[in-house]
Write a protein that binds this ligand. Structure first.
Ligand SMILES: *Cc1c(COP(=O)(O)O)cnc(C)c1O
Length: 421
């Protein structure tokens, strides 16, 4: 299938859009159509993910590889675990870096390594609010012909996230930028707009705007919806902790393509651009504020452009609520006391919204996307639950390595110098 830009540039093959990341007119690539699915789905996450993405890859250079790409990149589970009678968690943190970003980053890396010219050097450039950078670094670590430059906002990621980001070495360079995530994102955008710089380094995008990250994020919603259907349950309603709207947009796409998915609600932290937009219709990007759910500290959610492109009236398809740091803390404590479950601050935003819905009289069952493992945010979560959080093996392996990140000023010049250096 060809893909189009939200700003109207000529349609291009999906493989080209995945290789480029962003459309040449500054817009975001979108599938030309979202095909309604009625195929036999298969029983496993890999089969279902392949079938869900197949219509988008029809006729594309990557189509013959799709099954292999999915099998090698989405090689861990996304189980739904019941918290109580009417609330479940969709656990998205069983990949190598313990956050849902592993699904998109690994799929994108598997696509890109098949698209790269073997003779050419490539630089994957990625801005991260905490989790993306590690997922992308892990996905490309030690892959030949490619280096990765990761930019993260210094002091605005958790200590374990920072350690993880700097722990790869080899073909991964990590930069701690004296600024916010939005500064990092601006620098990366500016680098891609600089044609000369971009060609000199073979720059490749791995940010959440890439369709190569968005499409595979449909997988776990497709899988959860089909599993619910097979068990004779009604279409699940999802609450999705949201920053750049990538994860949630994939869920919206899964529902548009005919999957049995009920309501979709977004849980934002104190950065309330999305809730305000959906209530007022007025889009007011602003500087992000630092919160406990740092991977969602976004003041200008990039995928909003896709939301507005696909839906004439976004407020009719999705709702969004904002959660304060105090509410995050209270929810982490209450969840632990009531269920024994230890959740990360992002997941806690989702669970807070879940309880707000209940308090407002909603009687539906909800599945909350658990976007990261709590152990990544131990310094926040452990004092609240009064005990140590067991660390998943893959995360522990990274934490046991030494880490290094180079300081960087928040400017394109500084980034260009580092890439040239
Ligand atoms: C990135 C991230 C989010 C936000 O996802 P978006 O796709 O940007 O909305 C939420 N939680 C965690 C743990 C993340 O890493």
């Amino acid at each position: 299938m060809n893909v189009i830009s939200t700003r109207g540039a000529d349609a291009v093959p999906l493989a080209e859009a995945i290789a480029k990341g962003q459309a040449p007119d500054g817009g975001l690539y979108m599938p030309q159509t979202i095909v309604t699915q009625n195929a036999p789905w298969g029983d496993t996450l890999v089969e279902r993910a392949t079938n869900a993405m197949l219509p988008f890859f029809k006729g594309d250079a990557l189509e013959p590889h799709l099954h292999d790409i999915v099998a090698e990149s989405l090689s861990f589970d996304a189980p739904v675990r019941q918290l109580n009678d009417d609330t479940a968690l969709l656990e998205l943190f069983w990949g190598p870096t313990a956050a849902f970003k592993d699904f998109g980053a690994r799929f994108l890396a598997s696509c890109l390594t098949r698209l790269f010219e073997p003779t050419q050097q490539h630089t994957v450039l990625v801005a991260t609010s905490g989790d993306t950078g590690a997922a992308v670094a892990a996905a490309f670590h030690k892959k030949p012909g490619v280096r990765v430059a990761v930019l993260y906002p210094d002091g605005r990621v958790s200590p374990r996230q920072a350690h993880q980001l700097g722990a790869f070495g080899d073909n991964i360079a990590t930069y701690r930028v004296a600024g916010t995530f939005d500064d990092c994102q601006r620098m990366v955008k500016a680098a891609f707009s600089d044609t000369e710089l971009s060609e000199r380094h073979g720059l490749v995008s791995a940010n959440s705007i890439s369709l190569g990250r968005l499409l595979p994020q449909m997988s776990y919603y497709v899988n959860a919806a089909l599993t619910a259907r097979d068990q004779g349950q009604p279409p699940p309603n999802f609450i999705i902790p949201t920053g750049n709207l990538g994860n949630a947009f994939a869920c919206l796409m899964a529902r548009e393509s005919g999957l049995p998915i009920g309501k979709i609600a977004l849980a934002c932290n104190a950065n309330r651009v999305l809730p305000d937009f959906l209530t007022s219709g007025d889009y007011q990007p602003r500087d992000s504020v630092a919160t406990l759910a740092n991977a969602m500290d976004v003041g200008a959610p990039s995928n909003l452009e896709r939301l507005r492109h696909l839906f004439a009236e976004p407020a009719t398809v999705v709702r969004a609520d904002s959660v304060s740091d105090d509410e995050i803390r209270a929810t982490i404590q209450a969840t632990f006391q009531q269920t024994g479950e230890i959740v990360c601050p992002h997941t806690a935003c989702g669970l807070t919204v879940r309880e707000q819905l209940r308090a407002a009289g909603d009687t539906d069952k909800w599945v909350v996307a658990a976007t990261a493992h709590a152990a990544k945010f131990a310094e926040v979560v452990e004092p609240l639950v009064g005990q140590q959080i067991p660390v998943p093996a893959a995360l522990q392996e990274l934490l046991d390595r030494p880490a290094h990140a180079t300081a960087m000023a928040p400017s394109l010049d500084a980034l260009a110098a580092a890439l040239d250096g």
